[in-house]
Design a protein around this ligand. Sequence first.
Ligand code: PGA
Length: 263
Amino acid sequence: MRRLIAGTGWKMNNTVAETRRYAQILGQWSAGQDLSAIDIFVLPPFTSLHAAASAFSDTLVRTGGQNMHWDDSGGWTGEVSAGMLVEAGCRYVELAHSERLQHFGETYACVRLKVDKAISAGLTPIICLGETAKEKAAGRADAVLMEQVLTSIEGQPDQRIPEVVLAYEPRWAIGGAEAASPDYVAERHAALREVLRKHRSEEVAQQTRIIYGGSVTPENGKSLIGIADVDGLFVGRAAWTPEGFARIIELVATAAREKSLSA
Ligand code: PGA
C-alpha cells in the first residue's frame, strides 16, 4: 500500500513571519487530527525554509525546497545545494516544476543530475512531469511523460526509484481555472505506471508514488484523490492559506482510510 501524500508548493509566497503564522494555525488544527497514515509536505521559498522546519517541528508536516543545484558547492551564483537544503531541515526537493522549465530554461537533462544528488543527500525528489497544451492537442501527452520520466531516473538503480515522488502536473492545468478531469488524470497516471512497469519492474511500478497537481481545490480534490493510481494531491493556490491546506489534508487522510479499507 503506497502512503498517500498531501503537499503544497508556496512558490514565491510567505515571508518568515507569514511562514510562522501559517505553521502555527496548521499546527493547531493538525494536533486534533489523526494524520499518521499520510505524508505531508510544504515547500516554502528558500529564505523561509529554516523558519518553516523549526515552526513545523512538532507536527507531521515536513518541508522541502522548490529547486536545487546538482553540484555540492562552487561558482553557481543564485543557487543552493542539496546539502544546504538538508541543513535547513528539508526532507524533500521539488524538481522540474513547469515554471522552472518555462521561465528559467530548466531541462530534464539537468533534472536527472539533480535527482541523483538529491537522493544521495537523503532528500526525496518530487519530480514534476507534464505535457503542454500543444502537446496535449497533438495527442503526445503520454509520449512526453515517458520521455520526461525516463530521462529523470536514467542511471538510477531500480531500488532507488520508489524513493522519488512523481508529480503529474499537466502544464496547461497549472495556475489555471480548472484541473484536468478525473478520467484524463486516471489515464495519464496509469500510463506513467505502465512506463515504470515496462522499463523497470512490476515492483517499481507498484511502489512508486505518483501524485497529481494543477488547479486542485478542496472541491475537485475528492474525485482526484479517489482515483486508484493517484497517490496524493500537490497543491498551489488552494493551499496558500493554512485553512485551505487543512481542507486538502483532510481529503487525503480520508482517502487513505478508504483506500486501506478497500485494499
Ligand atoms: P495551482 O499550482 O494549484 O495553483 O494550479 C499547482 C502547481 O504549480 O504545482
